[in-house]
Each structure stands twice: as structure tokens, then as C-alpha cells.
Design a protein around this ligand. Structure first.
Ligand code: NAD
Ligand code: DAU
Length: 351
């Protein structure tokens, strides 16, 4: 049987590295090409255990470079794309929107163009775009985001992801490009860059530094273990309907402040500190501009049509995550040295 060539973009990032690892390990008859330009969020240390596998290759390129994408598609004749490369952090999008426009919108279009131009006919081809629930905007106290919820993005990040979703659908409707899209809720787990709430709080608690909680900590997020997101992507890539959208989420809503209290409790136990020690670090800081109040995904379609459900309860996943960070000090030290310090000062010093 001929090898299936799959291009995964953003495979050195948080979610991408879990998707790459899963695909390389499960599908020895696929060749996985991981294309990533290694921004601050891309880290090949995330992939040490697969880098020598014969069905894995790494390509360091920028998806915004349209000519380069065309020549890579010509050279490798990929059968499928799982597109995860993106600028992903909302706070950075507030201070520097242009990077998000370039990578998330222009970069997505340059990949779509390369697929459209090089896939002679679309038989057996697939462009799978990985997106976020933030495109749907913000919920009040009640209700869920379904696949039919109208787009209403508020941050430059979510607006750029919404644009990319629309463009992927436009290439399907206009040119017949075979596509699938998934919109997922907040992920957590190993290899999460410590600019995001959970790894940032773990890092700060470990170092007895303040835990910055935006506003009053009343905002709600719906948390999913990253390996459950990777399993959903695998399932949708193989079994989902071409042209369709699938929402992915764990029916696991937490107010930020409640989540932080749970994390403090786990950290006190793991670090053998007296109960209540970590919670003393909680510091309320100026709110994020345009901060969405609540996200909650209705993942019924994915469950009913494809039989997916998350494998882990939140407390178990959070404990596994804490264990990973505590036993991967070197990883954490590497990613929090250098530019991270400047980022942290800019975001938090005057907050
Ligand atoms: P991340 O920031 O950890 O990783 C992004 C990766 O993309 C990095 O490896 C980076 O080097 C690479 N990249 C960025 N710009 C690039 C460019 N121009 N060319 C090539 N590579 C580039 O992001 P993540 O949290 O792993 O998110 C991955 C995808 O999943 C994104 O599309 C994001 O919108 C989506 N998503 C994330 C979450 C979440 O909770 N983190 C939830 C739902 C959807
Ligand atoms: O919903 C999916 C999205 O989840 C993804 O598309 C994004 O790529 C990902 O970054 C994430 O976005 P959030 O903005 O929800 O994640 P973040 O970890 O930045 O923040 C989670 C919540 O915690 C949010 O309400 C803001 C708050 N927060 C965040 C940080 C970094 C704090 O209170 N303090 C902080 O220091």
C-alpha cells in the first residue's frame, strides 16, 4: 500500500505536538511532515520521542510564505493537511494584532492556495482546519455553543480565527476543496506554554510568585485534556464528513477562580506545603480588554455521529498536568528564560 503523506502545521506547538505524536505512533503507513517556523511557542523539545521515527520529518518554514507552500506541495504531493499553525494567545493579540492577521489569515490562505493548485483532483485529499470555540463570542449564564451558533468574535485572535474558518469554508463552497473544521474549547496538559492560565499559575506557584487572576476571576472556561483533543482530531480526520464542522469540548466548565483554588490545593499537596499556602499567592489584577465571560461547548454532534467522548475527569487531568510540570523542570526553565521574562514584565508588571 502506498504511504499516505500528511502535512501537520504547527506540530511543534502545544496541541500540534500531541497530534503529531499520536499520528506518528498510530499510523506507521503514514508519513507525517511537521511544518513549523518555531516561533516562541514552537519547541522541538516537545517531540524528542518521535524525531527519529522513520515516518516523521520536520520542515522549518513559515506558512505565510505562499511560494514556499506551493513548492512544498509540488515536491511532496501531500494527501492530507491538519492545519494547527497559528498565533494562539489572546493577550498577545491585544498588544500585537498584525502577527495574528498574517499567520492566522494570510498563512491559512497560502496553504489553501497551495492545496487547490497542486491537488490535481480532490479524490482522497483533505484539508482539516483546527479552530477554536472563541469564534462564537461569549455566552451569558446559560446555553452552549453548537455548530449552528452565529460567529461573534471579540478579540483580534478570535476574529483572525473566525476569518480563517470562513476562508476554509469559502474554498470548499467555491472550488470544491475537501475540508473539515473543528472548534474546540480550552485545552490543558503537558507542553502548554506558560503564558496560558494553567501553566502560568503552576510556574508561579512553584516559585512562590503571585498568581494573576484577571478581574474578579468570574470568567468561565470549558477545559479539555489535550490528548482528548488529539483523539477527537484523529477521529474527525478519518471519520468526519467532508464539508462539516464539529465542536469539541468536555462539558467541563470552571470559573477561573474556582479552577485556581483547585490547582492551589493540588500544588500544596504535591509540593508538601501546608494547606492554604498557594492560595495566598492569588492576586486580582486588571481585567483583559474585551474579556469574554463564558465559553461552553455542546459536543453532542461529535459524540452522536462519531462516538467520541473525553477520557479523563478534570481533577485527574489536572493532577497529571501538575506532575508533568514538576518532573519536567528543564523544559519549564528553557521556555521561561530569555524572551519570556520580557513578555511577563510587559503583560503583568503594571497590571
Ligand atoms: P501554540 O501557540 O502552542 O502553537 C502554535 C504553533 O504554530 C507553534 O509551534 C508555532 O511555532 C507555530 N506557528 C506559528 N506561526 C507560524 C507560521 N507563520 N508558520 C509556521 N508555524 C507557525 O498553539 P496551540 O495552543 O497548540 O494551538 C494550536 C491550534 O489549535 C491553533 O490553531 C489554535 O487556534 C487552536 N486551538 C487552541 C486551543 C487551546 O486551548 N490552546 C483550543 C482550541 C483551538
Ligand atoms: O477557548 C479556546 C481558546 O482557549 C484557544 O483558542 C486559545 O488559543 C487559548 O489560548 C485559550 O484562550 P483563553 O484566553 O481562554 O486562555 P488563557 O489561558 O489565556 O485564559 C484562560 C482564562 O484565564 C481567561 O478567562 C483569562 C484568564 N487569565 C489568563 C491569564 C493568562 C487570568 O485570569 N490570568 C492570566 O494570567
Amino acid at each position: 500500500m502506498a504511504t499516505r503523506k500528511i502535512l501537520i502545521t504547527g506540530g511543534a506547538g502545544f496541541i500540534g505536538s500531541h497530534v503529531v505524536r499520536r499520528m506518528v505512533n498510530r499510523y506507521s503507513d503514514y508519513h507525517i511532515y511537521n511544518l513549523d517556523n518555531l516561533t516562541y511557542a514552537g519547541n522541538l523539545e516537545n517531540l524528542r520521542d518521535v524525531e527519529l521515527k522513520p515516518n516523521y520529518s520536520f520542515i522549518k518554514e513559515d506558512i505565510v510564505d505562499g511560494e514556499k507552500m506551493q513548492s512544498l506541495f509540488q515536491k511532496h504531493n501531500f494527501d492530507g493537511v491538519i492545519h494547527l499553525a497559528a498565533e494562539s494567545h489572546v493577550d498577545r493579540s491585544i498588544s500585537n494584532p498584525m502577527d495574528f492577521i498574517m499567520t492566522n489569515i494570510v498563512g491559512t490562505v497560502s496553504l489553501l492556495n497551495a492545496a487547490k493548485a497542486n491537488w490535481k483532483n480532490f479524490d482522497g485529499k483533505l484539508f482539516y482546519h483546527v479552530s477554536t470555540d472563541e469564534v462564537y463570542g461569549s455566552l451569558g449564564e446559560e446555553g452552549f455553543f453548537t455548530e449552528e451558533t452565529k460567529y461573534d468574535p471579540h478579540s483580534p485572535y478570535s476574529a483572525s480565527k473566525a476569518s480563517s474558518d470562513h476562508l476554509v469554508r469559502a474554498y470548499h463552497d467555491t472550488y470544491g476543496l475537501p475540508i473539515k473544521i473543528s472548534n474546540c474549547s480550552n485545552n490543558y496538559g503537558a507542553n502548554h506554554f506558560p503564558e496560558k492560565l494553567i501553566p502560568l499559575a503552576i510556574h508561579n506557584i512553584k516559585n512562590s510568585k503571585p498568581i494573576p487572576v484577571y478581574g474578579m476571576g468570574e470568567n468561565v472556561r470549558d477545559w479539555l485534556y489535550v490528548e482528548d483533543h488529539a483523539s477527537a482530531i484523529d477521529l474527525i480526520f478519518h471519520k468526519g464528513k467532508v464539508g462539516d464542522t464539529y465542536n469539541i469540548g468536555g462539558f467541563n466548565e470552571w470559573k477561573n477562580i474556582d479552577l485556581i483554588h483547585l490547582l492551589c490545593k493540588i500544588m500544596d499537596q504535591k509540593l508538601r506545603r501546608a494547606e492554604g499556602t498557594s492560595a495566598k499567592l492569588i492576586t486580582y489584577v486588571k481585567d483583559r480588554a474585551g474579556h469574554d465571560l463564558r465559553y461552553a461547548i455542546d459536543a453532542t454532534k461529535l459524540n452522536k455521529e462519531l462516538g467520541w467522548k473525553p477520557s479523563l475527569q478534570f481533577e485527574e487531568g489536572l493532577e497529571k498536568t501538575v506532575d508533568w510540570y514538576l518532573s519536567n523542570e528543564e523544559w519549564l526553565n528553557h521556555v521561561t528564560s530569555g524572551n519570556y521574562k520580557n513578555y511577563y514584565t510587559e503583560q503583568y508588571e503594571k497590571r
